[in-house]
Design a binder for this molecule. Structure first.
Ligand code: ADP
Length: 177
């Protein structure tokens, strides 16, 4: 039920965005606070798989953002990291500031993403062959929306991944929008 509800919600979210676009409701927020909330929300899922989630958060000034959208971006990345990783692995989350950007990283020790799949993972409805043939559920919309929402903030989302080693997703948000 939960999986189906999640799937339906992502499709509805996507349909709404495609038809109306998204308006940013900007508020001044400390992204570390949002990161901690996202981690707390996923604690149970991580505990079930004995995945250790550690955070290294640099003190940050609040920036103008749409907190709901940034929460969705970070939730998708943390959820994927937990979902695709094996039991008893580690996820490292960090925040820092560099050259006018806040840099957020979610690093996992999951299966990694093949170089054939890497250019496609931010496309709508894309799921890797491995993901499709595994019992891991998904709509293929999470990263598409994460990229869409990040770019609405004039930010960038990138991934570095090695098969069998893991993946690191990086979100860079400009300090001034
Ligand atoms: P899904 O709903 O399938 O998780 P996403 O848009 O969030 O959709 O991700 C697209 C695809 O990228 C996934 O199906 C999976 O193949 C791959 N992927 C995303 N995050 C990870 C990760 N942390 N480790 C390995 N593969 C990932």
């Amino acid at each position: 039920n939960d999986d189906l509800l999640k799937f339906i919600n992502s499709i509805l979210n996507y349909a709404k965005i495609e038809s109306q676009g998204v308006q940013l409701h900007l508020q001044s927020r400390d992204v570390n606070v949002i990161l901690k909330e996202v981690v707390r929300k996923h604690e149970f899922l991580a505990r079930v798989k004995k995945i250790k989630v550690s955070c290294e958060l640099e003190p940050l000034f609040p920036i103008a953002m749409d907190p709901e959208l940034i929460r969705q971006v970070l939730s998708n990345l943390v959820e994927n990291a937990i979902k695709y990783s094996s039991d008893e692995t580690e996820i490292k989350i960090s925040s820092s500031e560099k050259e006018g950007f806040i840099i957020l990283k979610v690093k996992d020790q999951g299966p990694g993403i093949s170089s054939d799949d890497l250019p496609n993972i931010f496309m709508k409805f894309f799921r890797s062959q491995n993901a499709k043939s595994s019992p891991i559920k998904g709509s293929g919309l999470g990263l598409y929306l994460a990229q869409y929402f990040t770019e609405l903030h004039k930010g960038k989302i990138e991934v570095e991944s090695t098969v069998g080693v893991g993946s690191t997703f990086t979100v860079a948000l400009p300090l001034a929008t």
